[in-house]
Design a protein around this ligand. Structure first.
Ligand code: ADP
Ligand code: MG
Length: 596
């Protein structure tokens, strides 16, 4: 018979500490749980305060229902919840919480105080705890609602404490969590206090549009289209970014399911499907999406931190999301997405794919011009840059194949984007965006390498507001950016003042440049090696932004592009690796038409 005393039930404070491992990872996860409780308590305003990125102090106060003394004592017990009574209730749970573990878990790994007063009660209760044990319970005078204070997170779990990152990093995670909930609850008023300074105040009773404007500025909304779609029981609302808003990461895609920030494979799939053929692979448009459906159609109990949800009828949710976004993007007067083969439609698809409508002005019937030859494909790939031959045209057979273009004619433009060129040897399709990006990039990098970037002062310095994550990336790279000709200073919070830009970028909007640069830096992440590597990141991202902002090129500019491209170090791809030109020789055309 097995020994009866080799198995023991763990004491509560031990079990709680283990459970905390699942729910409490860092200050931001504490904030998340406390915010969810405040929201579940029907509050109308929430105040969050952190010190040292939340490592020293976190406080979340609400003006919600509050608790009486007995409930307050229960609330810090494990599996104590007022939100469900039975397993079946999980099926239809409408609140954000239901597992009844958050407070117990947080209290077990911190010095914890909860101060709460039930609406209408004469006085409140304050419970102080340390490492999961109750130190003191007192009757106290306090406002209606609840305040939870968490000091010295992980003071008793050194292993966890070691994994915490720098204050700034933890703070940016906290801000990101807050951002998500302020978006999903524009009706609530929010205040954030960081290191005893007010970081922001968002008024309550706002619409989503007002909240987005408060958070990101009104410019931001111009590239978003409202989504409003109902398919039987599923409603999909919010905003969908035009294809030009596509980023290299999903960090600006916010999806909520029944008010809960949620990811689900179904949703990710639906988003890529909705934007299929509109944005290149690996790019992610800005999205704010609110999916509402009957609670029994969603399983929220898939993940302890409730990050992922599962749908009972995934295909219906997927279809609803796809249709909602497609409708939004093709609403009248906006970028038209059409499957029909008429040329206008094609032009719009092409334009929306790059985010910019681009037209050649004053295209004449024919115009032939001489221009230096491009180095050949074969010579450039894997070789040192080829210097165009100045001495005249190669007419020998070998010469023709490797140096084919001694003259060139702009034939026209198709799809609202691609330029067709005729050369003596065949046809060239050029993506002027990619070509332009390549040229700017090389110019910028040449100057950067010689520490001679020319910088152009802005008439009026611009205050640029970034998302918390982007702000962190930019802040870390301020010196690099200054070396590269950006006149930029830290304005505190997530704001920067830009008073000069590298001259070669023209007059591009500083905020779109900075956002793109942050994305460029982020993409690289830990792969960051040499200094040169970061500079390339910055330069290629900035050039992308600069080129995106150009929506018209004159014929002369196109011709100049072709000429300059001939002198480029790497003429055949843009700095992001997309081709700039595609050449089809007459010999290939002849073969295809059966003339050979
Ligand atoms: P859960 O939210 O999953 O129920 P928690 O441990 O987060 O579990 O909270 C336990 C209980 O404490 C909640 O069910 C709720 O009744 C109560 N509670 C927690 N925070 C608040 C708050 N801010 N206002 C009112 N009641 C709260
Ligand atoms: Mg909770």
């Amino acid at each position: 018979m097995a020994s009866v005393n080799s198995i023991q039930i763990l004491p509560d404070h031990v079990a709680n500490k283990i459970a905390a491992g699942e729910v409490v990872e860092r200050p931001a996860s504490v904030v998340k749980e406390l915010l969810e409780n405040a929201l579940d308590a029907n509050s109308s305003a929430i105040r969050v305060e952190v010190v040292a990125g939340g490592r020293k102090y976190i406080s979340v106060s609400d003006d919600g229902s509050g608790m009486n003394r007995d409930d307050a004592l229960l609330s810090v017990e494990r599996h104590a919840t007022s939100k469900i009574r039975d397993v079946d209730d999980i099926e239809a749970v409408k609140t954000l919480g239901f597992r009844g573990e958050a407070l117990a878990s947080i209290a077990s790994v911190s010095r914890f105080t909860i101060t709460t007063r039930r609406r209408g009660d004469m006085s409140g209760t304050e419970i102080s705890m340390a490492g999961g044990r109750i130190l003191d319970v007192q009757e106290t005078g306090c406002p209606e609602g609840t305040q939870v204070q968490v000091r010295n997170l992980f003071f008793n779990v050194p292993a966890r404490r070691k994994f915490l990152r720098k204050e700034q990093t933890e703070l940016s995670h906290v801000r990101q969590v807050l951002l998500v909930y302020t978006l999903s609850h524009p009706e609530m008023g929010w205040r954030l206090i960081v290191d005893e300074r007010e970081a922001y105040v968002l008024p309550g009773q706002s619409s989503l549009e007002e909240r987005l404007t408060d958070l990101f500025g009104s410019e931001y909304l111009k590239d978003l289209r409202p989504v409003d779609h109902q398919a039987s029981e599923i409603s999909v609302k919010g905003y969908a970014g035009l294809p030009g808003t596509a980023r290299s990461s999903r960090s600006e895609q916010y999806v909520f399911v029944n008010g809960r920030p949620a990811s689900a494979p179904t949703l990710g799939y639906a988003l890529s499907e909705a934007y299929h053929s509109l944005v290149p692979k690996g790019r992610h448009p800005v999205i704010f999406l609110f999916v509402e459906l009957p609670p029994d159609q969603v399983d929220v109990n898939v993940h302890p931190a409730k990050k992922e949800v599962r749908f009972r009828q995934a295909h219906r949710v997927r279809d609803a999301v796809i249709n909602a976004i497609r409708d939004a993007l093709s609403s009248p007067g906006e970028t038209v997405i059409t499957q029909s083969p008429d040329t206008a439609g094609r032009a719009d698809i092409a334009a929306s794919r790059t985010g910019t409508v681009f037209k050649i002005e004053n295209l004449p019937e024919t115009r032939i011009f001489e221009y230096p030859r491009l180095p050949s494909m074969e010579e450039t790939v894997g070789n040192s840059p080829d210097i165009p031959d100045q001495t005249g045209h190669d007419t020998g057979d070998d010469g023709r194949r490797t140096r084919p273009w001694s003259w060139c004619r702009v034939v026209g433009q198709i799809g609202g984007l691609y330029v067709i060129l005729e050369t003596e040897d065949g046809m060239v399709l050029m993506d002027p965006h990619a070509a332009h990006e390549r040229l700017l990039f090389e110019q910028f990098m040449r100057q950067a390498m010689h520490h001679s970037v020319r910088s152009q002062g802005l008439l009026t310095p611009d205050t640029v507001e970034l998302s918390p994550g982007n702000a962190l990336l930019v802040r870390r790279n301020l010196d690099l950016l200054r070396d590269m000709g950006f006149g930029i200073s830290d304005f505190g919070g997530d704001s920067f003042i830009v008073d000069a830009l590298p001259q070669c970028l023209g007059n591009t909007d500083p905020s779109s440049i900075l956002a793109e640069v942050a994305h460029g830096l982020e993409e690289g992440g830990s792969r960051a090696g040499s200094e040169r590597w970061s500079e390339e990141r910055v330069a290629s991202a900035a050039c992308r932004a600069a080129v995106k902002s150009r929506d018209r090129l004159t014929l002369n500019e196109i011709e100049q592009l072709v000429i300059d491209l001939a002198g480029a170090e790497m003429p055949y791809t843009c700095p992001h690796g997309r081709p700039t030109i595609i050449f089809t020789g007459f010999s290939e055309l002849d073969r295809k038409f059966g003339r050979e």
